[in-house]
Ligand binder design. Structure first.
Ligand code: G3H
Ligand code: 13P
Ligand code: NA
Ligand code: ZN
Length: 328
């Protein structure tokens, strides 16, 4: 059944686990997530960006998710809109049947320029008023996502600030977070603690701690009833990176967020963990390898099946690591 983010994360908080929120654009991604969730008995967050809606088309996206709900009646599913840049985008998703929306007011409407605090409060509060009247949950964001190593927000074609960010913007302030939540009444809050979008998060292999989990603890202590969200939480799997680079790809050397650090965040109030890049890489690696090894094949089902299997493997590993398994 479709449930709200609030319902789903209240259960996660009560039982001390975190839920991966995977980005979806097509049938194979949804198949992969649902197969892993069914195998592990995990609750599901399917999140779609504005880019997903324009890629698939609103009716296709909606019906793909409804198909998942129909095929897996026992698995709770939240349909969440990722990174809404305006209240209008959020309204369109509410109209489309989403049970949760993110109003990302940390950036201006262009999705690139950091906004000021009052703007963020204003647009987020507007969305909360509309969404809560419709029984829909809201995620806000405070602080600017960006790597503490590079100062970069990452992902040139996606959502993220351009250029190099001032270090002070890269960490959410606990007192400001408390004020923001009180003024906006969001259900969940995305915080900046050193993660960034995309595959190029860190240039060096993480040895110690790359995230500021101490900051998660401070924020959680100030606003214990707000579910914390970590964006940019792909781990950039080394095995898939190697496969991509072996079979004709050229992604270079790069590192993501170690799963153990996410698990540490979950111990201190992180309930939603956004992952897109890892599934993109698993799909690309699996398809490159299959086609390189099967040069006579031209049935797309053959390589798409490999992609689905690869993505599902990542989903299953995250459900297990984040304590989701057995919770649905
Ligand atoms: O935060 C961005 C997500 O990875 C979605 O990316 O806008 O290319 O769909 P997208
Ligand atoms: P990754 O690029 O690390 O997968 O992050 C995805 C994300 O935060 C979507 O909102
Ligand atoms: Na989101
Ligand atoms: Zn994000």
């Amino acid at each position: 059944a479709l449930i709200t983010l609030r319902q789903l994360l209240d259960h996660a908080a009560e039982h001390g686990y975190g839920v991966p929120a995977f980005n979806v654009n097509n049938m194979e991604q949804i198949h992969a997530i649902m197969q892993a969730a069914a195998a592990t008995r995990s609750p599901v967050i399917l999140q779609a960006s504005a880019g997903a809606r324009s890629y698939a088309g609103e009716p296709f996206l909606r019906h793909l998710v409804l198909a998942a709900v129909e095929q897996y009646p026992d698995i709770p599913i939240c349909l969440h809109q990722d990174h809404g840049t305006t209240p209008g985008v959020c309204m369109r998703s509410i109209q489309s049947g989403f049970t949760s929306v993110m109003m990302d007011g940390s950036l201006r409407e262009d999705g690139k320029t950091p906004s000021d605090y009052d703007y963020n409060v204003r647009v987020t509060r507007t969305v909360v008023d509309m969404a809560h009247a419709c029984g829909v949950s809201v995620e806000g964001e405070l602080g600017c996502l960006g790597s503490l190593e590079t100062g970069k927000a990452g992902e040139e074609d996606g959502i993220g600030a351009e250029g190099t960010l001032d270090h002070s913007m890269l960490l959410t302030d606990p007192n400001e977070a408390a004020d923001f939540v009180q003024k906006t009444q969001v259900d969940a809050l995305a915080i900046a603690i050193g993660t960034s979008h995309g595959a190029y998060k860190f240039t060096q292999k993480p040895t110690g701690k790359v995230l500021r989990i101490d900051r998660v603890k401070e924020i959680h202590a100030r606003i214990p009833n707000v579910h914390l969200v970590m964006h940019g939480s792909s781990s950039v799997p080394e095995d898939w990176l190697a496969i991509i680079n072996t079979y004709g790809g050229d992604m270079g050397t790069t590192y993501g967020v170690p799963v153990e650090e996410i698990v540490e965040g979950i111990k201190h109030g992180v309930r939603k963990v956004n992952i897109d890049t890892d599934l993109r890489m698993a799909a690309t690696g699996a398809i490159r390898k299959f086609l390189a090894e099967n040069k006579k094949e031209f049935d797309p089902r053959k390589f798409l099946k490999e992609a689905t299997k690869a993505m599902s493997g990542i989903c299953k590993a995250r459900y297990e690591a984040f304590g989701c398994a057995g919770m649905a």
